[in-house]
Write a protein that binds this ligand. Sequence first.
Ligand code: FAD
Length: 503
Amino acid sequence: MRADAIRRVVIVGGGTAGWMAAAGIARVAGELPGLEIELVESDEIGTVGVGEATIPQIALFNAMLGIDEADFVRATNATYKLGIEFRDWTRLGHSYVHPFGFYGLDMKGVQFHHHWLKGRTLGDPTPLDAYSLAVVAGLRERFAHPRPDQPNSPLSKIGYAFQFDAGLYARYLRRLAEGWGVRRTEGRVVDVTRDGETGHVSAIVLQSGARVAGDLFVDCSGFRGLLIEGVMGAGFEDWSAWLPCDRALAVPCESGGDRRPLTRSTARPAGWQWRIPLQHRIGNGYVYSSAHVSDDEAAATLLANLDGAPLAEPKPLRFKAGHRRRAWIGNVVALGLAGGFLEPLESTSIHLVQSGIARLMTLFPARGFDQLEIDRFNAETVEEYVDIRDFLVLHYKATERDDSDFWNYCRTLAPPEGLAYKLAMFRRNGRIFREHDELFTETSWLSVMVGQGVEATGYHPVADLLSDEETLRRLHHIRDVVGQTADAMPTQDEYLRRIGCDL
Ligand code: FAD
């Protein structure tokens, strides 16, 4: 091993982020000669313990770890997820779904939605939702895996993710990571020693007096950002003017039996409520703005809107939207809540951990620490946060709701520059661009723009190469095929039982 190579990686924190990092680093870099990985966590402090809904990319992370999907679904009480259902966001009584996968199919080389927009001008009222298998199947409580071997079926390109018990997932990853040689140490970090010359963290000191030395420290200590903020003073970019929700109450409840493969987000007077059906219970929470509603009122709203009896007292959580100005400083890299927080409206937090690990692996220090590589890590991280922020703000900004101070604030806020551009582009001729490989695809932006009532005044001229009759004929055909395909799919419950889940 080179003299300047990283020998000891120390991960501080054993929440979802810590164990994802431990398993990911061990899997990718664990066999580098001489590399040791140690994770320090404190049971006494505990974890955030929510974080149940994910996006499709998690399947890639699990596959990279060699995880068998059915085993993972059974072990984490998971359900499948085809998208997010948004209720009352656009206006009271309205709903739409942000699906994984695609709408319709490209015709004449232009995106499907241009033909749908043309259909609207011809008086066809069919909602965009009817052209997505993920939406139609999701609302009918149905699920099946994609069938790439059936290229003519809408099932060929359906996307899916999972809803799971995050605590069980962390435990699952811990078993893997320890099997790959990661050492776990229980203890509360009370002090840190630094190298006088470089300023790097050289060791963390535990309450027991034990000292854990390392070359690279991965800060997964949660909101407190023990090393990245507490020691390195990264600073925090505060986005609460755009995303004013700063608290949440989370409570599980008994399952009422409806396990539709959709996370549900219902807008409330000062925020929104999530509903995440797992195999054995439903996860619920109210994400709200403390400037617009009291904690007691928020708790009453949450408890009045559960499918079944609550299984615990509502758990309060406080946060601020934004991110550390630099996620990597010296020899400290922050992942998870230590690096920043964007509310779980689009289930992105666990993904941000995953992409942070991937980035760290791509830029894993080979010859000690290189500022050029660190800057790259930080720039990519900020870009990813900005893209997700803009997508989240879209949900709040593009609303007709004027029934509370909270919604009036959101509806009238000045959008970030990137979002303003995307809205203007779509309003002209229905055009959507996925910038610099951003997380959310054209389908995602389209679903939320259309769902939230953003109107495009034009569409791509190539859509007019089909006659009006042919456009409508094809649209109706696609809608019918989507509906028939959904009806032929098993229900989520049938699917879960098939892979051995005990519902
Ligand atoms: P934590 O879970 O807080 O873990 C921190 C760890 O650090 C713990 O092990 C703790 O013991 C340890 N630690 C802290 N200080 C010390 C110390 N001094 N000494 C030793 N150890 C220490 N994400 C999603 O992807 N989907 C969702 O649906 C979703 N919903 C969410 C809802 C809410 C209301 C919130 C707040 C978050 C949600 N998230 C969601 C985010 C998700 O919960 C987190 O991203 C994820 O759990 C990662 O958390 P973490 O591991 O960074 O932090």
